[in-house]
Design a protein around this ligand. Sequence first.
Ligand code: ADP
Length: 420
Amino acid sequence: MSTEPAVSPEALERFDRPRNYGPLDQWDGHARVTGPCGDTMEFWLRIADRRIAQVSFITDGCGPSRAAGSMATELAAGRLVKEALRIEQADVLQALGGLPADSEHCSLLAVNTLKAAIRDCQQRRQTTQPCGECPQAECSSKQRQPNESEEEFRDRQVLTQRMCQIGMKLLVMSGKGGVGKSTVAANLASSLALAGKAVGLLDVDIHGPSIPKLMGLETERLIAHDGGIAPIEIGGNLKVVSIGFLLASAADAVIWRGPMKYNVIRQFLKDVDWGPLDYLVIDAPPGTGDEPLSVAQLIGQPAGAILVTTPQDLAIADVRRSVSFCEKVSLPVVGVIENMSGLVCPHCGGQIELFKKGGGELLAREMDVPFLGSVPIDPQIVQCGDSGTPYAHRFGASPAATAFSAIVEQIVAHSPPEPS
Ligand code: ADP
């Protein structure tokens, strides 16, 4: 029998008396993150001379959450910001002398919330700046263009300021409908949020918005305030906006021509008050029509496309068109995802190759674009979509959820480095 205590004295001490507990009156960065277990953690911090001058937290979780949050603040306090961004779950666990295996996830939640608060601070500093004061000399939003009225110029600057608050814009595209593009967009956004990122999910599928249904937000409507249109918030770090929130009922059809589509997408990008985000995931309708074109023209850099396909030849041929669309509009391809790639047997968990497999990977190689991974068919994905629960939240250990989180790791690795 092991004589090792289940909980170390360092951890136990912080179960009841966590350090740095409670909000800060004055802060530069704040984040609230809900972990897969349902516990929520909140961090506040002040940064001075590139160091974490003060940091605090609260949580609605139990002892291990308090210990993990406390240790994350203790490890971060006084450090250079770029060093604090390198604190990992293992560092918190080591400093605590370990946590019971079923509570180790609390240390990940603590580290993710700490980093989200640091990024919040960095983004606020970078982007509350008006275009005129921004150091990026070559940005086209600094100067009024010859054919532009004063009003159009101001309008363009507002759009630029909104987009500048977003670390990376990801346009999710597919050659045709039914390949799981919206499902992938919803699950990428949820998986990025679970990884502690501040995420926006924008549904510009004007003719068939499915994000409200997939996220369980069908009854939500958008409300405007002084700062713009308020997105619907889920779990503290995921914000959602869909054209579906403007329709009286899910059965309503929208008949808009090209310029109207451009204008509504522009309005969404300009007027939605996303605040600082690490990622904005944009679900565009299938094909290479007005909506993806409008988005690609308006979002600015850094941005990239994620191309979703199924393994069959017909779907793959469509992806070629998407790759050439991206080349034409100078949108880098972040990578290809092969969805519905094999079937996970609900009885034994083994993989059945229902369609052929690997077409997406071959195509990615042929077109010289990255391949991000394959997501198998999983009947639970359909059930989750129908009941409005993001799949990645509920089935964290399943093959499809594991595939999503491996894809998210690659997307995060591809994204621009954090500012120091
Ligand atoms: P698209 O946006 O490409 O039209 P959707 O995301 O709406 O496609 O997905 C179409 C249908 O396929 C939905 O019912 C969805 O639940 C289902 N689906 C998508 N991906 C998977 C998957 N990997 N396994 C099982 N069903 C899936």
